[in-house]
Write a protein that binds this ligand. Structure first.
Ligand SMILES: [Zn+2]
Length: 205
């Protein structure tokens, strides 16, 4: 989100799109809800059909995009590459955080059920778990509960780790440390983007 603000491009978040679908109770949303609550990764086709539709919209075509939460499997990456063809991603960014920190961070996260604003145990809303932005209820998401988190991390290792190799082999990968404050992480990401852009003579592909 911070990154898309910096570059003034649309933030395409599979998590946000899915949560919106769940809240609206669309067929996709109903199917997704069950799987999200179990801590499972959603089917590649379900995710990528949704992403493909979003990437066809005019704002994305005009300005580019920051894609967040996707791809999570090599199959999704292959599909993404064919969706974007004849262009391709400029860069995939792997944000590296030690497992115990991921666990702690997710377990402390709280979100507004209405607008999706993020809080945590250490930075709660001002008044009694009521959203500062919209007044909605701030809760712990089912998929942020410890059992679901553990399952997500196991899936991550099994399914997402090969992605790193896939993007590395295509020289599209940069790794950035995800420890510290969100603004510090954003600065690191912007730095690797700018360095890469400079190496390419100020132009993307
Ligand atoms: Zn809210």
């Amino acid at each position: 989100m911070r990154l898309s603000h910096h570059y003034v491009v649309p933030h395409v978040s599979t998590g946000d799109m899915l949560r919106a679908a769940v809240k609206q109770g669309t067929p996709l949303g109903r199917k997704a809800k069950v799987q999200i609550e179990r801590g499972e990764l959603l089917g590649d086709d379900l995710i990528m059909d949704m992403v493909a539709a979003r990437l066809r919209e005019s704002d994305v075509r005009a300005r580019g995009f920051v894609l967040d939460g996707c791809p999570r499997t090599v199959q999704q990456a292959e599909r993404l590459s064919s969706i974007l063809n004849p262009v391709d991603l400029d860069l995939a960014i792997d944000i590296v955080v030690p497992t115990h920190q991921v666990l702690r961070r997710l377990a402390a996260r709280r979100v507004c059920v209405d607008c999706g604003a993020n809080y945590s145990i250490s930075s709660p809303p001002l008044i009694n778990w009521t959203c500062d932005v919209c007044g909605g209820e701030v809760i712990q998401r089912e998929d942020d509960k410890e059992e679901a988190i553990t399952r997500r991390l196991e899936l991550y290792e099994r399914q997402t780790a090969p992605l790193i190799d896939w993007y590395q082999a295509r020289q599209q990968l940069e790794s950035v440390s995800g420890t510290g404050a969100p603004d510090a992480v954003t600065r690191r990401i912007i730095k690797v983007i700018e360095e890469r852009r400079d190496r390419k003579g100020g132009r993307w592909t």
